[in-house]
Design a protein around this ligand. Structure first.
Ligand code: HEC
Length: 259
């Protein structure tokens, strides 16, 4: 029992540590962006619900979740059919429908040069931290067709669709001397920090929360049963412990007369 308590305590300390780190980064100039962590927690239903709304409002225009049905979302996120209809289901869609974008793939390819990928499994493919860093490192770049670029995915075809919320930021690069593989010195351009050039509707902390919820939702979608599976796992382990104890008692009974 002491061991379990200690393990739980350690888990809490670690979790609060990453959460605090995530909050701090919101205001940072971004030099440490590669160390940013999503601190995702799919058991936080309120956060996943907010993330679902964020997705429907800001991502569904281009991206689908083709393996997830609205009805499944309703059940997993503890929503009544009315709430589901009111807050999440896109106009014209029914609860049994898959969550599909209305943007035709051929148009998307013409407009962006690339079809926006389906995001159902993106959190599993790239990892939650990647998504978190991706959504927080868009910057103004007038040399790109979309007017934006991204630290995580250089020359990305995705426009900075959240700039209305986050505001606009410029990336400041510095030149650095490095020794190449051939042993010669060369100058490379490395990212130094971000500079806010226009404010958005949200503060840095609020935007951080927005991205955190959105990534949490995508993490849930990439494996909808994970929260239930973990909850069930605890009961399975408890059952095994009780069962072991009962078996041991039974063994004592059977063997008590054998010397
Ligand atoms: C205006 C259309 C549009 C909207 C809206 C949009 N995206 Fe994208 N997204 C794209 C395109 C185009 C790509 C392909 C980018 C590439 O491969 O360069 C993409 C790629 C991505 C990727 C994959 C990145 C990778 O590493 O391959 C992720 C993750 C993503 N989008 C998340 C989101 C999220 C989350 C939202 C909502 C907040 C969103 N997108 C809204 C167009 C959009």
């Amino acid at each position: 029992m002491r061991m379990i308590k200690r393990a739980l305590l350690l888990a809490c300390v670690l979790a609060s540590g990453t959460a605090a780190a995530a909050a701090e980064e919101g205001a940072g100039a971004g030099a440490d962006w590669l160390t940013w962590r999503a601190a995702d927690d799919v058991t936080n239903t309120a956060s996943v619900q907010r993330g679902a709304r964020n997705f429907m409002s800001y991502c569904l225009g281009c991206h689908a979740l083709k393996y997830e049905r609205y009805s499944r979302l309703g059940t997993d996120l503890d929503l009544t059919p009315e709430e589901l209809q009111k807050y999440l289901i896109a106009p014209g869609d029914k609860p049994g429908d898959y969550i599909l974008t209305t943007m035709p793939a051929s148009d998307a390819a013409t407009w962006f040069g690339k079809t926006p990928p389906d995001l159902s499994l993106m959190a599993r493919a790239r990892g939650a931290d990647y998504l978190y860093q991706f959504l927080k490192t868009f910057y103004v770049d007038s040399s790109k067709p979309t007017g934006a670029n991204n630290l995580r995915l250089d020359a990305t075809a995705m426009p900075a669709v959240l700039s209305e919320l986050e505001g606009l930021k410029r990336a400041v690069f510095k030149e650095q001397q490095e020794t190449g593989s051939d042993g010669k010195a060369m100058t490379v351009r490395v990212f130094d920090h971000f500079e806010q050039v226009a404010p958005g509707r949200l503060s840095a902390a609020q935007y951080d929360e927005f991205v955190h919820d959105t990534v949490n939702f995508l993490d849930y979608v990439s494996e909808p049963t994970q929260a239930a599976r973990r909850a069930l796992g605890i009961w399975v382990v408890l059952f095994l412990l009780v069962f072991t104890w009962l078996s041991w008692l039974l063994k004592q009974q059977y063997w008590k007369d054998v010397h």
